[in-house]
Design a binder for this molecule. Sequence first.
Ligand code: NAP
Ligand code: ZN
Length: 352
Amino acid sequence: MTTCLGYAAHDAHSPLTPFRFERRALRADDVAIAIAYCGVCHSDAHQVHNDWNNTLYPIVPGHEIVGHVTAVGSGVSRFKVGDPVAVGCQVDSCMQCAPCHDHQEQLCAHGPTPTYNGKDRHTGDTTYGGYAEHIVVREQFVLRMPRRLDPRYAAPLLCAGITVWNPMRRYNVGKGTKMAVVGLGGLGHLAVKLGVALGAEVTVITSSPGKAEDARALGAKHVLLSRDSAAMAAAANAFAFIIDTIPSRHDVNPYLMLLGREGVMVLVGAIEPLEPIHGGLLIRNNRTLAGSLIGGIQAIQELLAFCAEHQVLPSCEMIAIQDINQAFERLQHNDVKYRFVIDMTSLRELNQ
Ligand code: NAP
Ligand code: ZN
């Protein structure tokens, strides 16, 4: 076991504070990773605040992890000390069920092991995430970082990126696809960048008039203000694919209305009951409303390769770990452009 310094919340209402805990000794198939950067996902805030009623305290959040290998277990063959690596939202799964066989470990029939706020499959211990100095992860769940991908900006790809990439690939977003992104935050801004890189014609639908200029700078062709009912009505039937990243309960009907024939809208943000959906809106135009949960290891590796090749990099605001509570506060107030990333050297300074 190795002592690790991280930041934890001890209940739903107190700030995160420094917290020492043990990382397990390496199993044969484990990789030990020194964490250099960790992204701050809206899910981290949801879970710290127990929004989903399943938080195990103390909680060490963080599932957008970039670093390098510091040690490997006796049976590890794919990684060696010094390799640049990354870890996303899950650190284990059963590896036996149909979804695991189909490279969709995030849908494991026996439940994937989340990077934090989960239970280790062997010991039952609570998993602790990437707001920490280092982490131990089963080899199969460690991503290889392409050399051409700048590690300072890669972390948000591990959750925000794969969450939007996976449905975009599933529904064949490509050259000329008329695509809309609802909510220009961590997930949304990557949907714009990836959509543009795939050749789609991207529209941003935002509740924030102040983001219009940014949306265009990110590559969006058009911007729609969700509160502008005339503009929304004029865009009826306009899109083949919509990705909805709004992080809380909302009314999806105004967005469904924008789908054209056989159009698909994918919900990735709101995990709670939605406002009632108008059946007629789905039936007309043969529309589909779908959901999507992150992505499997192979898909993340594919995304990292795509981003290295096309130099698609998240827009990151670097913070010190000491600023994490302020960052959560700003996230709640929709004040981030477009992902906070913790530079872990700040944690090491604390340790000296
Ligand atoms: P974020 O950075 O806070 O972005 C969310 C965006 O949604 C905001 O920037 C804002 O964009 C818009 N928004 C916020 N509140 C709204 C409201 N009440 N009504 C309308 N629009 C609103 O969050 P994120 O990190 O992108 O995460 C988004 C959601 O996805 C979170 O709920 C997170 O837990 C979830 N998530 C899901 C998965 C998955 O596997 N499905 C994975 C990761 C995260 P505008 O200012 O442009 O309106
Ligand atoms: Zn996340």
